[in-house]
Design a binder for this molecule. Structure first.
Ligand code: TXA
Ligand code: MG
Length: 362
């Protein structure tokens, strides 16, 4: 039903305007134009501090449906609403104390809070749920765009569904050119992984997706916060993640990805052994390495995520490195693993999903 509707909604191969903005010297006219497009029901991709988002007026169900169409997104996967103002009362039924405290501490920033939605939010935005995810980004281009649009902006990551989220504007252009009216560029995303999602409709609040705001940081505000056990484990029939999007294959490079996990020296040896086997089969192999290990891989196409001492850089580079292996047309990718501590929880969550949970333990 909805698909037939989309044929009418979407222009085939529309012209996409791409404008790169300088955060220190904002092009107000581009922001105004992009804000107007959102307000009038069009689509604009824009940078946030986490990943690039694909935005539409969150209160306009026809505009929001265009997002699902442009991304090829499953219709049961709700969108996050982006705001530039702490006054969210009109968008939700209530703001519980737990949410107020988290917003006060972590907004603007990479934290999405799930609350009961108000009837003003169309079903298309919440994918039929009675709750809504809301976040206030800290990226100045995102914030100024929301202010120019004068409406809250619903925005999933600006990738074709299933692909790694874009952390550089070139990747938005790659995925969305011809499908959206406007793409705003703003350099490399600071965090590089999507926001932490916390469900504040339940007591205690529950983390539905790990991200830049770690469990340790959340616990400083509310010691009872915990992580939904379903999100780190391989999706099982009986353990469904509470964030609908977390059940899908995600963040996937084109080539199959396998993670080698265990002692670092054993990991290097195992990766080298597997690489040799693939090379013997005439396959081109990508290796996700780190600054400390990259010299240990003399065969295969190795890229470093950064130093193991700096998990934030590792997270920031992850999606771009996955996409670089697509460019290099590798047949298979092998990755080192990281400790699931603090920001490492978010990094390993994305890496495991990218790999479809294909993990070799050493
Ligand atoms: O950092 C981010 O959050 C980025 C940037 C653009 O802000 N956005 C983003 O959106 O990652 P998306 O659509 O790629 O991921 C949204 C996730 C999905 O897993 C979805 O299922 C979950 O949030 N979600 C949204 N609304 C929800 C709700 N009401 N209840 C549970 N999960 C929800
Ligand atoms: Mg996404």
């Amino acid at each position: 039903m909805i698909n037939a509707y989309f044929d009418i909604l979407m222009e085939e191969n529309m012209e996409t305007k791409v404008v790169e903005l300088d955060e220190l010297n904002l092009d107000r006219s581009a922001l105004k134009e992009a804000g107007m497009i959102i307000r009038e029901g069009g689509l604009v991709a824009f940078p946030t501090e986490t990943v690039y988002g694909l935005g539409a007026n969150a209160l306009d169900d026809i505009a929001v449906k265009k997002i699902f169409e442009a991304k090829g997104r499953p219709q049961d996967n709700p969108l996050i609403v982006h705001v530039a103002d702490f006054n969210i009362e009109g968008l939700v039924k209530e703001v519980p104390q737990s949410a107020k405290e988290l917003m006060e501490r972590f907004w603007p920033g990479p934290l999405t809070i799930i609350l009961k939605k108000s009837p003003i939010i169309p079903d298309a935005t919440s994918a039929g749920l009675d709750t809504i995810g809301i976040r206030m980004p800290s990226n100045i281009i995102a914030t100024e765009l929301i202010k120019e649009a004068k409406v809250p902006i619903a925005a999933p990551s600006a990738n074709i569904s299933g692909r790694p989220s874009p952390t550089e504007v070139t990747r938005c252009v790659e995925d969305l050119s011809g499908k959206v009216e406007y793409i705003l560029g703003g350099g490399k995303c600071e965090v590089g992984l999507e926001s932490t999602i916390v469900d504040c409709t339940v007591i205690p609040p529950c983390v539905l997706r790990p991200g830049g705001i770690t469990l340790e940081m959340l616990k400083e505000i509310d010691a009872s916060v915990y992580i939904d056990p379903a999100i780190m484990a391989k999706p099982a029939e009986d353990l469904k993640p509470k964030a609908p999007g977390m059940k899908y294959r995600h963040y996937a490079p084109k080539a199959p990805l396998k993670i080698v996990q265990g002692d670092l020296q054993k990991t290097i040896a195992k990766i080298n052994e597997i690489v040799q086997n693939y090379i013997d089969e005439n396959k081109k192999v990508g290796i996700i390495a780190t600054d400390e290990t990259i010299k240990s891989y003399s065969r295969g196409y190795a890229l470093s995520l950064g130093s193991r001492k700096d998990m934030f850089t590792i997270g920031q580079n992850l999606f771009e490195v996955l996409r670089s292996f697509d460019d290099a047309k590798v047949d298979v990718i092998l990755s080192e693993a990281f400790e699931e501590l603090e920001f490492g929880v978010a990094v390993m969550n994305r890496l495991k999903k990218s790999a479809g949970y294909d993990i070799i333990k050493v």
